[in-house]
Design a protein around this ligand. Structure first.
Ligand code: SF4
Length: 409
């Protein structure tokens, strides 16, 4: 008996004007902050003389990629009938409050890399949302084979990295990706390096790892030790004696700009020393794939940090890469507290904040100086303005000032 060919999933235009109008109204009602807008209009400063001055970085919070992903997820819920099952791969973005909102709308979460069991449970009439940082090639293929309708919210800046890595792969150039090997975006990117050719990849996280690789390129070393050190961060079959002959550097979109430039500079220097500067192009490629939003937020914070501040509050999800880098920039210069919401400012004596080095929340005491204080505030690309407003209100509250009165004066 002839097998019936699967019909293509139903294509729905989510960006219909009537849908987008309703979506934008809903998104604003969930995440907008009039207070933040007023402070922005007031030169990014709100001050209660003699007690507390809050200074916001010029760029912070939701980026275009995150806004688009949220809009599309909301539009999916509005476009498909209420009884249609909609699933999200992992998190839409790295912010717990935003993910809670998405779940409250009846969108169910499955693993970012669904198991075969999870895939088997999906039905072809289901809808699956791919988050802003994308998904691995194999996951996408499985969903397509299943016939589910996909709502792909992958940010265009992430896709630019994929394009670059695919190009390296086609030219048998190994992709060296500056990023976090376990981050969803980097996993999706590395899957692109191996999916369309015989490409390889290696993920380096920091300058110490970069130096290790450079030393191996120049002097060779213990292959087993290399493979052990980078376990989970290279492609199947990767051999440092073979696959570091021609390399191309790319980066996770949300890394620290200065560090990425240094990774690139050190690897280029090693390759030129090994193969001669005249052969540089044959053995080394580089393409800066830090996204504009990450760059703008880092630049704005750098500027804010040139002003006299007593402390810095960084707001965002703890698994957000771009937010962690903002916190790193702050803690290099002044007391910095990375918090996911205002409730973490327990009192003027106690704050619970995320310690990047311990990778867990810790409690700090006597964090808010008495007397006159100037506090800098920034937030990652996945943090909505309403959470920033909560933090500002809490700070003034802890200093005994009602923001409402301040705005009225
Ligand atoms: S942080 Fe950059 S790459 Fe990530 S969603 Fe925003 S714009 Fe896109």
């Amino acid at each position: 008996m002839a097998t019936e060919a699967p019909t293509a999933p139903q294509k729905i235009n989510l960006r219909r004007p009537e849908i987008m109008e309703a979506v934008q109204a809903q998104v604003l009602s969930h995440y907008r902050s009039l207070l933040v807008e007023r402070i922005r209009a007031n030169g990014n400063v709100l001050s209660a003389d003699g007690l507390l001055t809050v200074k916001l970085a010029k760029e912070f919070g939701f980026c275009y990629g995150v806004e688009r992903a949220i809009d599309l997820a909301y539009a999916a819920r509005k476009s498909f009938p209420a009884d249609k099952h909609i699933f999200l791969l992992g998190e839409i973005i790295h912010n717990p409050e935003v993910n809670d909102q998405i779940r409250n709308m009846g969108i169910q979460t499955i693993s970012n890399k669904p198991t075969d069991e999870e895939i088997a449970r999906l039905r072809r009439e289901d809808v699956v949302i791919i988050p802003a940082f994308g998904t691995e090639v194999a996951t996408r293929r499985k969903l397509e084979e299943k016939g589910c309708s996909l709502v792909d919210t992958t940010c265009g800046d992430v896709m630019s990295v994929w394009k670059r890595v695919r190009q390296y792969s086609k030219e048998s150039v190994t992709s060296i990706i500056h990023g976090k090997a376990k981050h969803e975006e980097t996993k999706a990117t590395t899957s692109q390096a191996t999916a369309y050719g015989a490409g390889h990849y290696l993920v380096v996280f920091n300058l110490a790892e970069t130096d290790y690789v450079c030393n191996y390129i120049l002097n060779g070393g213990n292959k087993q030790e290399f493979l052990e050190k980078f376990k989970g961060a290279y492609s199947p079959g990767f051999d440092p004696d073979v696959h570091l002959h021609a390399i191309g550097v790319a980066n996770q979109t949300t890394m620290l700009r200065g560090e990425t430039e240094e990774v690139q500079r050190r690897l280029r220097a090693a390759m030129e020393k090994k193969h001669g500067a005249e052969n540089g192009d044959k053995h080394f490629r580089f393409f800066d794939t830090i996204c504009g939003a990450t760059q703008d937020r880092q630049d704005a914070l750098q500027k804010l940090l040139t002003q006299p501040l007593d402390l810095l509050i960084v707001i965002g999800g703890y698994n957000s890469s771009n937010t962690s880098h903002l916190a790193e920039m702050g803690e290099a210069l002044l007391p910095t507290y990375f918090i996911k919401n205002a409730a973490k400012m327990v009192s003027d004596k106690v704050i619970v904040h995320y310690n990047l080095h311990l990778q867990q929340e810790v409690e700090a005491r006597d964090w808010l100086p008495s007397g006159k204080v100037t506090v800098g505030i920034t937030a990652g690309a996945s943090c909505p303005n309403n959470l920033i407003e909560d933090a500002i209100r809490r700070l003034f509250e802890l200093k005994g000032v009602a923001v409402q009165e301040l705005l009225a004066s």
